[in-house]
Design a protein. Structure first.
Length: 466
């Protein structure tokens, strides 16, 4: 009885793995070794692929395909010089093997020599029997060069070779989008749909282009066609929900998102959006219920924790907001968005030391917004930490040089610390750029505002001829 192709492959794998376990040596023909190596590479079992290649070359030292597998693994491990040397040897023997050109191009690509890679791939294209793969590689090289026009043309040729090559279709649309050619993308997709009217991927992409153009009604129609083409297409339901939200049709958006929950395991994105829709509808109980489900489904999704926290902040339920943002920080203490909210909530609760910690952490994590510097500095000032406040505002000047709101505060702090020359310097700077913000000194440093030296500087500014 003759074995089918799959049965034969499985039999070869079983024999090979049995050989490894028993340390015996069995003979396989070169094609069997190629199938074994290919199987291991496809499944990410690199060590076994290497072992099979080594044993294969011991039994079939002249096998070009096994040598090419060996070279592919050297390239994968970034042993580019070794791979290049082996390729040069192979090239002397087989100059008409396109795989040699492809692997050589792969080495050039890894070295960021993309133009050289393209030259070799064009040579491979002239001799290959499988143009689609080489066209795809050429498209990728042009993407690396950020030459989106040429990349687009090569991916279009890929799609002409195989109309079900959806990765090529996605790359074509990516190029259109990068070039801001949304109408051209729609025209191209419509031409494609004339030949493939039930291609759900193409309808989905048409909808996304209309969404970018803010033509939500046409986007909605396109997503509906995607769903007609494949009523289990989760991406189309999610995008349809997004459009319905834009159209403020929140009940319908909830319905669209909810369908996805029944098609597969719930996604945190769908749960979050359902919560947002319920919040827009004023249904607080259901909003919180879905936000909670969202963070239970994916505790690393910061948008979920932020949605719950912001909900309670809007409703002035600061203790509850603090409870949830602290839970979020325990999961991800490096998230700047969490620390910003932690700081603002504690500030609202008059827990100033905790608020200062929050602003400091946000600044350390790269949130250099002016508001963060100002609020943290004002908190330190109110806590009597004048030196720390000065350091804070001096740091902020690196990001906002000669900013009047910072200069007035530094002036007030330096006068408070009896460093009158520095106080005068910053006050004059501030008055020069924004004299109407003088109230900052008056409100934050009322005693400084009354000082004779300060009164004199203000008077000089108002009447420079005196």
């Amino acid at each position: 009885m003759q074995l089918s192709s799959n049965e034969h492959n499985n039999f070869s794998l079983e024999r090979f793995e049995s050989m490894l376990k028993t340390n015996s040596v069995l003979f396989f023909d070169s094609e069997e070794f190629e199938e074994i190596v290919h199987h291991y590479l496809e499944n990410g079992k690199i060590a076994l692929a290497k072992k099979a290649t080594k044993l294969g070359l011991e039994q079939h030292p002249s096998s070009t395909n096994l040598k090419l597998f060996q070279i592919e693994m050297y390239i994968f491990e970034n042993q580019l010089e070794v791979a290049e040397e082996l390729l040069d040897e192979l090239y002397q023997l087989e100059q008409s093997n396109e795989e040699i050109y492809i692997q050589k191009a792969n080495i050039f690509s890894r070295r960021d020599m993309h133009k050289e890679a393209i030259t070799l791939l064009e040579q491979a294209l002239e001799i290959t029997m499988d143009e689609a793969d080489v066209l795809s590689l050429l498209g990728m090289e042009y993407l690396f060069l950020e030459d989106y026009e040429n990349a687009k043309l090569y991916f279009m040729r890929c799609l002409e070779e195989d109309e079900e090559d959806y990765s090529a279709l996605y790359n074509i649309i990516y190029c259109f989008e990068f070039l801001d050619e949304y109408e051209a993308a729609i025209d191209y997709l419509n031409d494609f749909l004339n030949k493939n009217p039930y291609c759900e991927v193409a309808w989905h992409q048409v909808g996304k282009q209309y969404y970018e153009l803010k033509d939500y009604k046409k986007a909605l129609a396109a997503f509906d066609f995607a769903i007609i083409s494949d009523d289990r297409f989760i991406g189309a339901y999610l995008e349809k929900g997004r459009v319905l939200e834009k159209l403020k049709r929140y009940e319908e958006a909830i319905e669209s998102y909810s369908i996805t929950l029944g098609l597969d395991d719930p996604t945190s994105y769908a749960l979050l959006r359902i919560g947002k829709c319920y919040e827009k509808l004023g249904n607080a109980e259901m909003a919180i219920q879905f936000y909670t489900k969202c963070v239970e489904e994916d505790s690393l999704l910061d948008k979920g924790w932020i949605a719950i926290t912001d909900f309670y902040i809007k409703n002035k339920q600061y203790q509850k907001a603090l409870y949830y943002i602290e839970k979020a920080i325990n999961i991800d203490s490096e998230n700047v968005l969490y620390w910003k909210r932690y700081a603002k909530i504690n500030n609202k609760l008059n827990l100033f030391e905790e608020a200062e910690v929050g602003f400091r952490k946000a600044l350390e994590l790269g949130n250099y917004e002016l508001e963060s510097w100002l609020t943290r500095g004002d908190i330190l000032t109110n806590l009597g930490e004048f030196e720390a406040a000065v350091n804070n505002f001096n740091q902020s000047l690196e990001f906002y040089p000669e900013h009047a709101e910072i200069e007035y505060r530094l002036s007030g702090l330096y006068f408070t610390l009896n460093e009158n020359d520095k106080g005068a310097f910053h006050l004059k700077n501030a008055l020069k750029s924004e004299p109407e913000f003088l109230m900052i000194i008056e409100e934050l440093f009322p005693q400084v505002y009354q000082m004779p030296a300060v009164v004199e500087i203000i008077k000089q500014h108002k009447n420079p001829s005196l």
